[in-house]
Design a protein around this ligand. Structure first.
Ligand code: GDP
Ligand code: IMO
Ligand code: MG
Length: 427
């Protein structure tokens, strides 16, 4: 068996890449699977001091012996896929076997064009998307005018589908956004150019993964984005256009919920967010700048500076609840070594009332101000610690306090970007 889900419990960039790589190398893993999102993700893996970033590819692409799978819920830019693969090959990486779902929807260059134009049109209300075409590709899927990977192998069908997709889009581009129309033939030609290289990778990934689970193989589902960016459960409309929560894994992979054994929520010892949208514990002072700098909080995909704030236990409890987390992996505890006192948001104050759980409406969430509890810092470098007992007493107390207020046990703590820089709390 086991099927293990790794997902983001905040607004992304929690260290899912590191957590996935860690799990994939401590126990033998047969499959590492992406089930939602696309190349908007940026996952960092540090192996023997060497840094790798994956975007559309599962981190398992670096794990010898594991098969990487891009399942049906992912939106796939063939251009980005091969650019990423070729980048790894050029670095001398022996890339793992890769399978791509025939059902996955395609991101063509027009999706990125529309993404960027829409953002410009929104002006100060913009979402702050990655500009990769993710939203427009999912919109086409839901509008039933999407192109799927399987369509790339039939030129006639592909042409019909691209025509249908561009019909309304071109009206919008030319009449509303004042842009040039996109030509069907150029899009078809571009997409067809990837077909031969894709063909051997394409399969029914749902069948593949269910058979693997039947055969007691181990499947790791590597989440992208995060709970608070979920289109249904996040800070809508400042979200991505997919379901990064645990439930989305079943839909995206084509497996049943009864298959899943562990759901690991990756969570930073503080909070970051890229793009627009509410963020109650955001800091606008020197502490925020220090978190950003010490934590190296710069986006892996877009190079944007991440907004920073203290740990938010209301968000943690919410993530534990909507994902049914069996455990948490707490990352970047080492970054907090610089503070004498560390504030943790334990509740919100909304219109003069103390609120312990995520408020029901986005308006209330926008008005939430954090209620802080203060913990003594440890003011030392913990990046060399390898066991819970080696951590300074105040760091142990911080981890234990977070565990009590976050709704799930903390199985491990990250004390540095490297795979080995991990402290197991509950083995
Ligand atoms: P992901 O998108 O969730 O995979 O996370 P990102 O890769 O975008 O951002 C996490 C960053 O934190 C990366 O630079 C990681 O190398 C780094 N990182 C992960 N865990 C730790 C940790 O425990 N300590 C430190 N200092 N860095 C970490
Ligand atoms: P990983 O997997 C952080 C954010 C964008 C924007 C919003 C919508 O590395 O954690 P989109 O391009 O998806 O339509 O943008 O979602 N966003 C992320 N933020 N980490 C990510 O991925 C993200 N993927 C999307 O910044 O606010
Ligand atoms: Mg990231």
């Amino acid at each position: 068996m086991p099927a293990i889900v790794v997902l983001g419990a905040q607004w992304g960039d929690e260290g899912k890449g590191k957590a996935t790589d860690l799990l994939a190398t401590t126990d033998p893993i047969d499959y590492v699977v992406r089930t939602s999102g696309g190349h908007n993700a940026g996952h960092t893996i540090v192996v023997n001091g060497e840094k790798y970033a994956t975007h559309l590819l599962p981190s398992g692409i670096l794990t010898p012996g594991a098969t990487s799978v891009i399942a049906g819920g992912v939106v796939v830019s063939p251009e980005a896929l091969f650019r990423e693969l070729d980048g790894l090959i050029a670095r001398g990486v022996e890339v793992a076997d890769l399978k791509v779902s025939a059902n996955a929807h395609v991101i063509a260059s027009y999706h990125a064009t529309i993404d960027k134009v829409t953002e410009r049109f929104l002006g100060k209300n913009q979402i702050g998307t990655t500009g990769r075409g993710i939203g427009p590709a999912y919109a086409d899927k839901i509008n039933r005018v999407g192109v799927r990977i399987a369509d790339l192998f039939d030129e006639k069908i592909l042409t019909q589908k691209v025509e249908a997709a561009l019909d309304v889009r071109n009206h919008l581009l030319t009449k509303v956004y004042n842009r040039r129309a996109i030509e069907v033939d150029a899009v078809v030609e571009e997409l067809l150019s990837y077909a031969d290289r894709l063909r051997p990778m394409v399969c029914d990934t749902s069948l593949l993964l269910n058979k693997a689970l039947d055969a007691d193989q181990t499947v790791l589902f590597e989440g992208a984005q995060a709970t608070m960016l979920d289109v249904d459960h996040g800070t809508y409309p400042f979200v991505t256009s997919s379901n990064p929560v645990a439930g989305g894994v079943c839909v995206g992979a084509g497996i049943g919920p009864t298959r899943i054994d562990r759901v690991v929520g990756v969570i930073k010892a503080y909070t970051t967010r890229v793009g627009s949208g509410p963020f109650p514990t955001e800091l606008f002072d020197e502490d925020g700048v220090q978190l950003q700098q010490l934590g190296g909080e710069i986006g892996v995909s877009t190079g944007r500076t991440r907004r920073c704030g203290w740990y938010d236990a209301v968000v943690a409890r919410y993530a534990s609840r909507v994902n049914g987390l069996t455990e948490l992996f707490l990352t970047k505890l080492d970054i907090l070594g610089a503070w004498e006192q560390i504030p943790v948001c334990v509740a919100y104050e909304i219109d003069g009332q103390r609120v312990e759980e995520m408020p029901m409406t986005q308006t209330e969430f926008h008005h939430a101000t954090p209620v802080y509890e203060y913990f003594e810092g440890w003011q030392s470098d913990i990046s060399g610690c390898r066991s819970f007992d080696e951590l300074p007493k105040n760091a142990q107390a911080y981890v234990q306090a977070l565990e009590e207020m976050s709704g799930a046990p903390i199985w491990g703590v990250g004390v540095g970007p490297g795979r080995e820089q991990t402290v197991v709390v509950h083995g």
